[in-house]
Design a protein around this ligand. Structure first.
Ligand code: UGA
Length: 434
């Protein structure tokens, strides 16, 4: 199959690369010439483990191409994937202007029948609207079918997830378009679940909203655990062993971030609102998530009368490990608060520094490794559970810090082990060690 992928953000680039890996000829289109030049050399603009290697392999195999030219990309394509961004508007709804532009470009350039696949996360009903935009602008007399094929990849594990996903959702209004997409995906060996277009669009939002709900739920439970002397990790384990609940996404902490959960939960609230339905539960999920960061800060402020002039070592800035993505990272709100309180913030993240410098307050300083960040610090805050931090000897905090006080927003250490050291350790939903 000849495939074009429009948009080489995280979704588009991973999708295009993995489709080339299973044998398709894929042309990825992006308007950014500099980015395209880099990708042609096999250099990914995002940090995603394993992606560069896979890109290089398929570029050399002449199955993966990059261009800024829509004509070149669309000309012979049997299938076109739309994978451009749908950023959040101020009111929480999804901004579809990039999608609209792609629809118009497709209408201008396609010369043969084509299946258009939407990978971008779009509100229910958008695929029908995209079809209309394409039909209204078509230059040549060709047949265009729309398929909704949402992605369920996690950043940092996107390549693994592409080959090991639980299901591939294909939402189409006719069987022939659905079977083309089913055929394309066959080599992945992942079960295909066919639905109508609107159900597929809804599955994506509902799945992300449900996962976000699990996180906010366990975070509220963790707040209660702290007050009643329970340990949220034990509680989550005990709950998760019930297969109806499942053990995943029950890690308490400073809440979810990233480019998906915050945006998609708010968008689903909007989608519901548009049909006069008040999605009250999901509103609570969003509120709880914001509150989690404040809870960590409250604990810190209670412990220290003032943070003025205190050296605070921040370990981890990315919204989660194995990514350099800073979008909606808890570190944004937390470091802002620390700087406002007059703290001297020294942060270290294994890969997110470059992105962090563009977003965080200019008063935040950056260390090049953990030990440098911890040197003479009054307190350490762990905001991302990188393995590098999880594997740290607790002694490293003792040896390097002025006062070994740790506030762990991601429950990286076992309090039973920490007890053996001369440290003060506060985590989320578990008894403190003093
Ligand atoms: C999420 C979904 O997991 C993917 O299935 C989906 O395709 C993707 O959004 C998307 O819509 O594109 P992602 O945002 O990459 O993927 O990251 P997750 O691994 O799901 O983590 C999201 C956030 O939740 C992180 O900030 C993480 O720290 C937090 N989290 C996760 C918790 O606080 N507790 C948990 O138990 C799990």
């Amino acid at each position: 199959m000849k495939i074009a992928v429009v948009g080489t953000g995280y979704v588009g680039l991973v999708t295009g690369t993995c489709l080339s890996e299973i044998g398709h000829t894929v042309t990825c289109i992006d308007i950014d010439q500099k980015k395209v030049n880099k990708m042609r050399e096999g250099i990914s603009p995002i940090y995603e483990p394993g992606l560069d290697e896979l890109m290089k392999k398929n570029i050399q195999g002449r199955r993966l191409f990059f261009t800024t030219n829509h004509n070149e990309g669309f000309e012979e394509a049997d299938v076109i994937y739309i994978a451009v961004g749908t950023p959040e508007k101020e009111d929480g709804s999804a901004n579809l202007s990039f999608v609209e532009q792609v629809a118009k470009d497709i209408a201008t350039h396609v010369k043969t029948d084509v299946v258009v696949v939407t990978k971008s996360t779009v509100p229910v009903g958008t695929n029908d609207w995209i079809k209309e935009v394409i039909q209204n602008n078509l230059v040549h007399n060709v047949k265009v079918d729309l398929v909704s094929n949402p992605e369920f990849l996690r950043e940092g594990a996107a390549i693994y997830d592409s080959f090991n996903g639980d299901r591939i959702v294909v939402g189409a209004s006719n069987e022939s378009a659905a079977s083309i997409i089913e055929e394309i995906n066959k080599p992945f060996g992942i079960p295909v679940f066919k639905t109508n277009v609107r159900s597929a669009e809804m599955i994506k939002y509902a799945a992300n909203a449900f996962l976000a709900t699990k996180i906010s739920f366990i975070n509220e439970v963790s707040n209660i655990c702290e007050k009643v002397g329970a340990n949220v990790e034990e509680v989550a384990n005990g709950m998760g062993q019930d297969s109806r609940i499942g053990s995943q996404f029950l890690n308490a902490g400073i809440g979810y971030g990233g480019s998906c959960f915050p945006k998609d939960t708010k968008a689903l609230i909007q989608i519901a609102g548009n049909v006069e339905y008040d999605f009250d539960l999901l509103k609570g999920v969003v509120r709880v998530n914001q509150k989690q960061q404040e809870i960590l800060l409250d604990k810190l402020n209670k412990r220290f009368n003032s943070l003025e002039g205190k050296k605070v070592a921040v370990l981890g800035l990315a919204f989660k490990p194995n990514t350099d993505d800073m979008r909606e990272a808890a570190s944004i709100v937390i470091t802002k608060h620390l700087v406002e309180k007059g703290a001297h913030v020294v942060a270290y993240d294994p890969v997110a520094k470059e992105n962090a410098t563009k977003i965080l307050d200019s008063n935040v300083k950056y260390a090049t490794n953990t030990v440098d960040a911890l040197k003479d610090a009054d307190v350490a805050l762990i905001l991302t559970e990188w393995n590098e931090f999880k594997d740290l000897e607790i002694g490293t905090f003792v040896e390097n810090m002025k006062l070994p006080v740790i506030f762990d927003g991601r429950n990286c250490y076992d309090p039973k082990i920490v007890e053996n050291y001369f440290v003060e350790y506060h985590s989320m939903g578990r008894p403190s060690v003093k």
